[in-house]
Each structure stands twice: as C-alpha cells, then as structure tokens.
Design a protein around this ligand. Structure first.
Ligand code: DX5
Ligand code: ZN
Length: 209
C-alpha cells in the first residue's frame, strides 16, 4: 500500500497571515507543505523567497513536535542559486523544471548534496525524456496538471496519461533495485478528480484553491 499525501499550497493562503494559515493546514492534517516559488521570469507571477521559507520553517511542526516537510516548487530561472538558498532555508524537498536549468544533472546533484530530496517538475506540454537519463538522482517527480503561475486553474486531462507513463517508469526503476521516488500532481486537484489522479499513479496531491 503506497503512502498517500496531501500537500496544501501556501499560494492559496492569506499572505498577511501566513503563519496562522500554515498552522491551520497542519492541524487539518497536511502531510507536506507545498511552497510555490515564482520569479516573474519563468512564470508570469511573483511570490516569496527563501527568507519566507526560513521564517515559516520553525512553525511547520505537528502537535507531537514532528516536522512537516516543506516541498519547495521552484518556478524560477536560473535554478541553482535559489535551490541552494532554499536548502539553507530549511526546505526538505526542492523541485525544479528541467527546462529552466542548463545542467539538469548538476542541479539534481547540488540539491542532494545540500541534504534535500531532489525533484523534477514537468509542465503539461513537456516531454519526460530527461527522466530516463537521471532517474537514479531523482527522489521526486512533480507533474503539472495546469500551466504553472496561478492557482485556481482547471485540471488538464492529458495529465492522467503522463502520470501513468511516469508511474510505470518509477515502478520499473524500483523493481530493478532503484531508490523510491514520490510522484506528485499539482493544479486543479479537487474531490471529484482525485480518485482518478491516484488511480493513474500519483501518491501525493497538491491542494491549493
Ligand atoms: C501553480 C502552482 C500550484 C497551485 C495549485 O503554478 O504550482 O501549486 O497552488 O493551485 P490549485 O490547487 O488551486 O490549482
Ligand atoms: Zn506548485
């Protein structure tokens, strides 16, 4: 039985009350905290940086004192400097879009060397070819089911086929003795489509709006 997780996105929080909003989703059972970083270059929107992550890190704890992983989704270009800054700011997972990094293999190594789990993010129209060549260095795959940049968009149905393809690749990798890799979906996840999403192979769902 896989571990299933819900990762609420702080993008949908009231930014004037971020700390309280963080505590509220943790109290409601959040498994991870999804932290959407937008740079107004890779995507046409601007959110928050490593200082905000660092400020929230100490509040991302459950009632029993256990930390709630911070799942940083970098929608930035270039990637490496900010990836390092988020690792230093207490991120647990750091995912980036491979088309935003000139040297994907190097960026994955940088994130792992900084003590974080390293993830690749695929846009709705992005091919997943690179995964085959770096799968041994990937801890996490994030599949975009909307075009990145904004919350509250509609789920793009072709995502389900992409999830099935990546799930098959991950299962084959694990069956051949490879490390485990989590598979998360991001955008337009609702109560009426989450069952189909999980059946297609996702183990983690972002929940924003
Ligand atoms: C979009 C972000 C998402 C967003 C999802 O670029 O990556 O994480 O918060 O929001 P909903 O769940 O509203 O689609
Ligand atoms: Zn996201």
């Amino acid at each position: 039985m896989p571990t299933y997780r819900i990762a609420p996105s702080l993008l949908s929080a009231d930014f004037a009350r971020l700390g309280e909003e963080l505590k509220a989703v943790i109290q409601a059972g959040a498994d991870w905290i999804h932290f959407d970083v937008m740079d107004n270059q890779y995507v046409p929107n601007l959110t928050f940086g490593p200082m905000v992550c660092q400020a929230l890190r100490k509040h991302a704890v459950r009632a029993d004192g256990s930390p709630v992983p911070i799942d940083v989704h970098l929608m930035v270009q270039p990637v490496d400097t900010l990836a390092q800054a988020f690792a230093d700011a207490g991120a647990d997972l750091i995912s980036f879009h491979p088309d935003a990094s000139i040297h994907v293999d190097r960026t994955l190594q940088l994130i792992r060397a900084a003590g974080c789990k390293a993830g690749l993010v695929y846009n709705p129209a992005a091919p997943i070819d690179a995964l085959e060549w770096v799968i041994d260095k990937v801890d996490h795959v994030l599949v975009m089911s909307v075009n990145p940049g904004f919350g509250g968009q509609k789920f793009i149905p072709s995502t389900l086929a992409k999830l099935r393809t990546i799930r098959a690749a991950i299962n084959a990798h694990v069956a051949a003795g490879g490390q485990s890799i989590s598979l998360e979906v991001d955008g337009g996840v609702k109560v009426d489509n989450i069952a189909d999403i999980v059946r297609a192979g996702a183990d983690t769902c972002v929940a924003g709006s």
